[in-house]
Design a protein around this ligand. Structure first.
Ligand code: NAP
Length: 288
């Protein structure tokens, strides 16, 4: 199976390396071509100058770009040359509606589509331990499961096209609450004058322990917020979740509060920092 990957950002780079290690990756495309050239040289594969060139020569097209409009632009280009019978998998975090539109565009070209957003951060992408939430045909998933397994520790099929993105929205709502809880608790710990490294170690080992505390606790209390997961991207995801919650008639107060906090930070120019930059708003003498 020949596999091409479109989008070599923070997530795509690690995904590409793991796909190449498993022997699947034959071509990459990135909007900023220099990134594709550098990675292709490292992995001894092809750097494509256009999406059409990549889509025309592989059996599986993987996409990992930023937002809904980007996915739809990429899918339009893929649809121009995609080979009938091939599979297109979008691993970006976008709305279920976008997934359904993408699937329709590709079905017209006899190509299958899966929405397969991931969780696990840049660390998970680099280590090949992502959790993947898949919507679309279960048969199609089984056909290409070995490819997806090269990037993941867990793959779950949730239902029809769009169900993967709906599950990812669940994940993003939960991440918002965890970010609020961890940043607020650590700012409190700092205000108590506690030794922060020890607090993070001992709390991580108990009932309140979690991925975010373990991976971002130390850096945030040192006032370092390198991405990671860009705050502006989580803001984009929470907008999607808010829209879906309204549509479904369920409340989402934590999501709304986090959107407001992120908007404040983005207005101050922190949108490209990690989501742990929420700590800036929680500190006693805020230096945000
Ligand atoms: P990123 O570092 O900002 O990279 C975005 C990538 O998308 C870049 O390669 C960019 O190309 C490309 N791109 C953006 N718009 C494009 C367009 N219109 N046409 C073609 N390429 C385009 O983002 P990331 O962190 O890798 O995240 C990618 C996706 O995964 C997002 O949907 C995000 O929500 C999701 N995600 C991220 C994380 C995380 O922890 N970072 C975790 C799970 C899921 P250029 O290089 O030219 O800018």
């Amino acid at each position: 199976m020949r596999v091409g990957l479109i989008g070599l950002g923070a997530m795509g780079q690690g995904m590409a390396r793991n796909l190449a290690k498993a022997g699947y990756l034959t071509a990459v495309y990135n909007r900023t071509f220099s990134k594709a050239e550098a990675l292709a040289a490292e992995l001894q594969i092809q750097a494509c100058e256009t999406i059409e060139q990549l889509a025309g020569q592989v059996d599986v097209v993987l996409i990992c770009v930023s937002a809904d409009k980007d996915v739809l632009m990429v899918v339009d280009a893929v649809a121009k040359t995609v080979r009938p019978g091939s599979v297109v998998v979008d691993m970006s975090t976008v709305s279920s509606e976008t997934a359904i539109v993408a699937a329709q565009k590709l079905a017209e070209k006899n190509a299958a589509f899966l929405d397969a957003p991931v969780s696990g951060g840049v660390e998970g992408a680099n280590k090949g331990t992502l959790a993947m939430m898949v919507g679309g045909s279960a048969q199609t998933l089984e056909r290409i499961r070995p490819v997806l397994a090269a990037m993941t520790a867990r793959i779950e099929h949730l239902g029809d096209v769009g169900a993967g993105q709906a599950c990812k929205a669940v994940n993003q709502i939960m991440c918002a609450g965890i970010n609020q809880a961890v940043t607020e608790a650590l700012a409190f710990a700092e205000a108590q004058g506690l030794p922060m490294d020890k607090v993070i170690e001992v709390v991580s080992g108990g009932a309140a322990g979690n991925w975010f505390l373990q991976h971002r606790g130390k850096t945030m209390t040192q006032h370092q917020f390198p991405p990671g997961f860009k705050l502006a991207l989580h803001h984009k995801d929470l907008k999607i979740a808010q829209h879906m919650a309204q549509h479904a008639g369920v409340g989402c107060p934590l999501t709304i509060a986090t959107l407001a906090d992120y908007a404040k930070l983005m207005a101050k120019g922190y949108g490209d920092e990690d989501i742990s930059a929420l700590y800036r708003l929680k500190q006693k003498r805020s230096s945000n």
